[in-house]
Write a protein that binds this ligand. Structure first.
Ligand SMILES: Cc1cc2nc3c(=O)[nH]c(=O)nc-3n(C[C@H](O)[C@H](O)[C@H](O)COP(=O)(O)O)c2cc1C
Length: 173
């Protein structure tokens, strides 16, 4: 059941050395491309990175919070064309969570690395760093990077008792 996937999904930041095979990468591609977008505009583009040197460099996109990309066999850099859609952030985010849930379903681990609105260092944004590294045209904004690989850590599902039911309001706030 879909709810089991949601229960199982945790952010995994440690990966084994095992590469993803072509069949798995094909599923990653299909999942990204099946993600719904506002008005079906599909303002996203995806850079699938498997080159270990590039993965190392992507892991340095931020001073902290993207280090896990270094030991992943694959990362998806999710870009949105802000000239095509004003809700590219939402569209990119849906693709990101979809591919994380695919990873969970396949027994893989994944983690989201936030790029948009985050600094690389005092003078450069994480977006500018990634754009320059991957030769991304400037009209394409960098939303996030999702790293995927075979998990080298396990995490328990968040117990149901931890879910904050007070966040859900019935009829009125
Ligand atoms: C919008 C968003 C941005 C995130 N950015 C990062 C990030 O930059 N680095 C990181 O290690 N994890 C990042 N995460 C993962 C969260 O830290 C993680 O989902 C949260 O702590 C809950 O843990 P769980 O995913 O194991 O349930 C991000 C998650 C989301 C949804």
């Amino acid at each position: 059941m879909f709810i089991d996937l949601l229960r199982k999904r945790r952010s995994i930041r440690k990966f084994t050395d095992r590469k993803l095979d072509e069949k798995t990468i094909a599923l990653v591609r299909e999942t990204l491309l099946r993600s719904p977008t506002s008005r079906g505009i599909n303002p996203w583009e995806f850079v699938v990175v498997t080159d270990s040197e590039l993965l190392q460099k992507l892991s340095r996109s931020k001073m902290s919070g993207t280090g896990f990309i270094a030991n992943a066999p694959l990362a998806v850099v999710i870009l949105g064309d802000e000239t095509k859609s004003d809700v590219w952030v939402e569209d990119c985010s849906i693709a990101a969570i979809n591919v994380q849930l695919l990873a969970t379903d396949l027994g893989l681990g994944s983690c989201w690395g936030q790029i948009r609105n985050r600094p690389h260092n005092a003078g450069t944004s994480a977006e500018a760093y990634v754009q320059q590294l991957l030769a991304i045209p400037l009209h394409l904004r960098v939303g996030m990077i999702v790293a995927i690989g075979y998990p080298a850590e396990t995490k328990e599902a968040v117990p149901e008792a931890y879910l904050d039911g007070s966040k859900i309001h019935l009829n009125h706030f």
